[in-house]
Design a protein around this ligand. Structure first.
Ligand code: NAD
Length: 492
């Protein structure tokens, strides 16, 4: 096993296996997923596609391992998470290579995942074993002692998307493990390495006992098997609202707790007293970072009519200056993950133009590279505005007053995040409070995620929260033990 762990965690690693019960299973009779570099269209790896019976075996292994793992002293569990951080650090260049080649991440985005987000969450999670505490409370019954213990939920099924694969898997896996749960992880079929198998390697090398983390690659079939599994105590899902609703229904059948982080349609609201440079700077990052393929990207720009033309010109100029190309070569904007996503966003742009929107930057695409696109004269019912376009597309919608801005901002089924730009902080905060979303950022853009601050949405953007105390509570439960120290009186 030690020899396995010393293998490469880069794209040349031996990834054509799944990880169940501490074993790297070759499973030569399974169909293969072809993992493609979206920038070069080369096949960079194949991995086995898990079947429902693989998911069953993964849950069996997780169930068998969980009790013993939870019984380990808190410090021992914390040490494994800390060791995993060291392993990640040692293999940082290889992991970065995976995120760039497999997911089309730019260098900056791979660095953000591997050096900021994931280690931040792991450091937070390493504190969980000692922070996860119960209580003693006075009893209303004389002579009774109440003890409330906080214990791990048990087995956590984790299903994750392709866009920020390593961090979005790690933000569920690290806290679950630290708190004494066992995990069955099903990464996205586009990113089975960075979102799954690489995490297995990291934790294996960190000394995690067999069975505590299991990784079954594949698409909807093993995903469905994880969400519907009777041994899943929690199903932690990050992905689209459409699939999230299905996952919640399936988890609900078994009374497994569904924890859902779903899509967004996030407004960037620029009030008339905004600093225009700040508004445009934040907008460029919020719209075009990782090609706009982040659930918390800016989806719609809502700009006061007095600043509208200058804002559109400024944003268009900045969008046109971004270098689009292979992120391995240092481009600012890389490829879209696949043809289906690209076709969808291109169609949204075309339909918006047909409905009266004006292309002021970009608008074209070559293979999977979509130009950063700025659309003016957009209304909230146009396809780029009323859908989560998930691309480097910036529809800009004018408004005449604050009430209208709020009406447009909230006119969406989603409620994940948003941003407000204004020089008057009191006013900006008042507007932020009226945006119906789980997170809103003033004088910034919405791409923010801090390991100790609750992260999550409302409405069709999900239920439950990641990070800090919120995830600690979600992945544990309270058990009440009472002791009657002296005989009590009963009425009958
Ligand atoms: P998706 O919903 O298509 O897939 C997500 C995961 O679910 C994948 O692993 C997929 O294989 C799996 N899956 C598919 N069908 C399933 C089924 N029937 N049962 C169980 N699992 C199934 O989403 P995606 O295209 O991978 O990711 C993009 C979406 O994710 C966007 O909507 C984005 O906003 C959302 N997202 C949300 C957050 C957040 O924190 N709120 C973060 C990142 C992405």
């Amino acid at each position: 096993m030690a020899q396995e762990a010393a293998e490469s965690l880069g794209i040349g690693g031996n990834w054509d296996r799944m990880y169940v019960d501490g074993e790297w299973r070759e499973t030569s009779d399974r169909r293969r997923l072809s993992v493609e570099n979206p920038a070069t269209r080369e096949e960079i790896a194949t991995v086995p596609e898990g079947r429902p019976e693989d998911v069953d075996e993964a849950f069996e292994a997780a169930l068998a391992a969980q009790e013993g793992w939870a019984a380990r002293p808190p410090q021992a569990r914390a040490e494994v998470v800390q060791a995993a951080m060291h392993v990640m650090d040692e293999h940082g260049d290889e992991l970065s290579e995976v995120l760039i080649a497999e997911g089309g991440s730019t260098h900056v985005k791979a660095h953000t995942e591997l050096d900021v987000l994931a280690p931040g969450m792991m450091a937070e999670a390493a504190g969980f074993p000692t922070r996860s505490q119960g209580t003693h409370s006075d009893s209303v019954i004389p002579g009774k002692e109440n003890e409330v213990r906080r214990v791990p939920k048990g087995v956590v099924g984790v299903i994750t998307p392709w866009n920020v694969p390593f961090h979005l898997s790690m933000r569920a896996v690290a806290p679950a493990i630290a708190l004494g749960n066992a995990v069955v992880l099903k990464p996205a079929p586009e990113t089975p390495i960075g979102g799954g198998l690489a995490l297995a390697k990291v934790f294996e090398e960190a000394g995690l006992p067999p069975g505590v983390l299991n990784v079954v690659p594949g698409g909807a079939d093993p995903g469905d098997a994880v969400a519907s599994h009777p041994d899943a105590d929690v199903v932690s899902f990050t992905g689209s609202s459409e699939v999230g609703k299905l996952v919640a229904r399936n988890a609900g059948e078994n009374l497994s707790l569904p924890a859902l982080e779903l899509g967004g349609n996030n407004p960037h609201v620029v009030l008339e007293d905004a600093d225009l440079d700040l508004a445009v700077d934040t907008a460029v990052f919020g719209s075009f970072f990782h090609q706009g393929q982040i659930c918390i990207s800016i989806n719609r720009h809502l700009v006061h009519e007095s600043l509208y033309d200058e804002y559109v010109d400024g944003l268009a100029e900045r969008a046109a200056a971004l270098e689009v190309g292979d992120p391995a070569e240092g481009a600012d904007v890389g490829p879209i993950i696949n043809e289906q996503q690209r076709d969808q966003m291109v169609q949204f742009v075309e339909e918006s133009v047909d409905a009266g929107a004006r292309v002021v930057a970009g608008g074209g695409h070559e293979d999977l590279f979509v130009e950063p696109t700025v659309l003016a004269d957009v209304t909230n019912d146009m396809p780029t505005a009323c859908n989560e376009h998930f691309g480097p597309i910036a529809p800009v919608i004018p408004f005449s007053d604050e009430e209208e801005a709020l009406e447009i901002a909230n006119d969406t089924e989603y409620g994940l995040t948003g941003s407000v730009v204004s020089e008057d902080l009191g006013r900006a905060k008042a507007v932020a409070r009226r945006i119906d979303a789980g997170m809103v950022h003033v004088n910034d853009q919405p791409i923010n995620d801090e390991p100790h601050v609750p992260f999550g949405g409302v409405k069709a953007s999900g239920m439950g929260r990641y990070n800090g105390e919120a995830i600690l509570r979600e992945l544990t439960e309270e058990r009440w033990i009472s002791v009657q120290h002296e005989p009590r009186e009963f009425p009958i």
